[in-house]
Design a protein around this ligand. Structure first.
Ligand SMILES: *Cc1c(COP(=O)(O)O)cnc(C)c1O
Length: 396
C-alpha cells in the first residue's frame, strides 16, 4: 500500500510539532511600519527588514501608482519573450550606476537570484567555497550546480586560505559570502576575503541582501564600503525586498555578467517579469536614498543608540555592528518565551533557535529602522529590561 496524502501530511506535521518547529506566522493588520498592529495588538515592530521605511514610503507609493496606471498590473510575459519593458531596463541601469558596476540584471527575488546566478555561472569541475553561515538561498543555489562545494568557517580568512590551498580547479573558483549575516548582524571581512580569493585566482561573490541600503555611502552596500565596487572579480547579488522596500533581486558586476544571465539564469528565463508597480517603487527607492541623507543617518543613530542601551542593561548582542541586533537568551525555549513576553509588553521581535541558529545561542533578532523614534526604542528597551530580569538573563 502506498502512503496517502493524509498520512504524509500528518506524519510530517507531527514530526515538526514534536520538535517544537511548527511555524505559526503572526499576522500584521496594518502596513509594515515601525509601529503597527499585529494579532490584535499595537506594537513597536523590531521584526521587519524594512530598514529605511520604504515598504510604506510616500515617494515609492507615488511612483508605483504612476507606473501601475501607465504600464498596467503585469508585465505580460517572461523577460526573454515579450516581458522586457523599458522600465525594467531603466531600473537595471539605475542599479548599475548606483553600484558602480559594468552591468546589472533584475530578477524576481533575492532567493531566485542566487539560484539563477550560481546556476548560470558554475559548471562541473568548478570549485565553490562558501561561508558556513551563508543564506539558505545560496545553499539551494549551489545544490543546483555540479561544481565541487567546500565550506569555510564563518568569516575565517585563514580557513578560507586553507580550503583554497587544499582544493584546486582548472575551472572557475568562486568564494561565496553574505555581505552582512542575517542572524548575527556581523559584516564579512571582505578586504581580507577578496585578498585571499585573489591570491588563489578566485572570484568573490557577495550576497548583500542585508547590506544594500544599509552599508556604504548612501547605502551602496558592503562591496562599496570596502572599496571593491569597480572590481571585475567581485560579483554583487542581493535583494530588492529588504531595505529597498519592494520585492526582487539583482546581480551586478562585470560588464558581460548581465548578458550571460539573460541567456542562462533559469528564473529569469522561465518566470514572468516583475510587475510595473514594483519596478516603480524600486526605482523611487534608489532615488530617495540618494536624495534624503537623513534616512541613513537615522538608521545608524538608532542602531548605535539601541545597541548601547542594551549593553548598559547587560544584554549580549554578539558583537553585531549593523542594525541587525541579536539578543542572546541561551536555549530555544528561553528565546521563544522572551519573544512571547515582549509581545505582551507591546514589542514585536522574533525568537530564533536551533536549527536556524546554533544550539546555545538562541536569540531574539531585532532590526532597527530609520523610522523608529526614540520613544519607540525606549519602549522596547523598557520591555527588554523587564523580560530580561524576569527570565534571569540580566541582573537587577
Ligand atoms: C533575505 C535574503 C535573501 C532572499 O531575498 P528575497 O528577496 O527575500 O528572496 C537572499 N540572501 C540573503 C543573504 C538574505 O538575507
Amino acid at each position: 500500500m502506498s502512503t496517502t496524502l493524509s498520512e504524509r501530511l500528518t506524519q510530517e506535521l507531527n514530526s515538526l510539532r514534536e520538535g517544537g518547529l511548527l511555524i505559526h506566522p503572526r499576522v500584521l493588520e496594518r502596513a509594515n511600519r515601525a509601529r503597527t498592529r499585529v494579532d490584535g495588538r499595537e506594537v513597536v515592530n523590531l521584526a521587519s527588514n524594512n530598514y529605511l521605511g520604504f515598504a510604506d514610503h510616500p515617494a515609492l507609493k507615488a511612483k508605483a501608482e504612476s507606473y501601475l496606471r501607465e504600464w498596467g498590473v503585469g508585465a505580460g510575459a517572461v523577460r526573454t519573450i515579450a516581458g522586457t519593458l523599458s522600465i525594467h531596463e531603466a531600473l537595471e541601469r539605475q542599479i548599475a550606476d548606483f553600484k558602480h558596476t559594468g552591468s546589472a540584471l533584475v530578477l524576481h527575488s533575492g532567493f531566485t537570484t542566487n539560484q539563477g546566478v550560481l546556476g548560470a555561472l558554475l559548471r562541473e569541475g568548478d570549485l565553490v567555497v562558501s561561508d558556513e553561515l551563508n543564506h539558505a538561498s545560496i545553499i539551494d543555489g549551489l545544490r543546483l550546480t555540479k561544481a565541487t562545494k567546500k565550506v569555510f568557517k564563518h568569516a575565517d580568512v585563514d580557513d578560507l586560505d586553507r580550503v583554497l590551498s587544499e582544493n584546486d580547479s582548472e575551472g572557475l573558483k568562486l568564494v561565496v559570502t553574505d555581505g552582512v549575516f542575517s542572524m548575527d548582524g556581523d559584516v564579512a571581512p571582505l578586504d581580507r576575503l577578496v585578498a585571499v580569493a585573489r591570491k588563489h585566482g578566485a572570484v568573490t561573490y557577495v550576497d548583500d541582501a542585508h547590506g544594500s541600503g544599509v552599508m556604504g555611502a548612501q547605502g551602496r552596500g558592503t562591496v562599496h564600503h570596502f572599496g571593491f565596487e569597480y572590481a571585475d572579480d567581485v560579483i554583487q547579488v542581493g535583494t530588492l525586498s529588504k531595505a529597498w522596500g519592494g520585492v526582487g533581486g539583482y546581480a551586478a558586476g562585470h560588464g558581460d555578467l548581465r548578458q550571460l544571465l539573460i541567456n542562462r539564469a533559469r528564473p529569469y528565463l522561465f518566470s514572468t517579469a516583475q510587475a510595473p508597480a514594483t519596478v516603480g517603487a524600486l526605482s523611487a527607492a534608489l532615488e530617495e536614498v540618494q536624495r534624503d541623507p537623513g534616512l541613513m543617518e537615522r538608521l545608524w543613530d538608532n542602531t548605535r543608540y539601541f545597541k548601547a542601551e542594551l549593553h548598559t542593561l547587560g544584554f549580549d548582542t554578539m558583537g553585531s555592528v549593523t542594525p541587525i541586533t541579536p539578543v542572546v537568551f541561551g536555549e530555544a525555549p528561553a528565546a521563544f518565551e522572551a519573544s512571547r513576553r515582549l509581545f505582551g509588553e507591546g514589542v514585536f521581535a522574533v525568537g530564533l533557535g536551533f536549527p536556524t541558529v546554533p544550539r546555545g545561542s538562541a536569540r531574539i533578532r531585532n532590526i532597527v529602522t530609520s523610522e523608529h523614534t526614540k520613544d519607540d526604542l525606549d519602549h522596547a528597551l523598557q520591555a527588554y529590561a523587564k523580560v530580561g530580569r524576569a527570565l534571569g538573563i540580566i541582573g537587577g
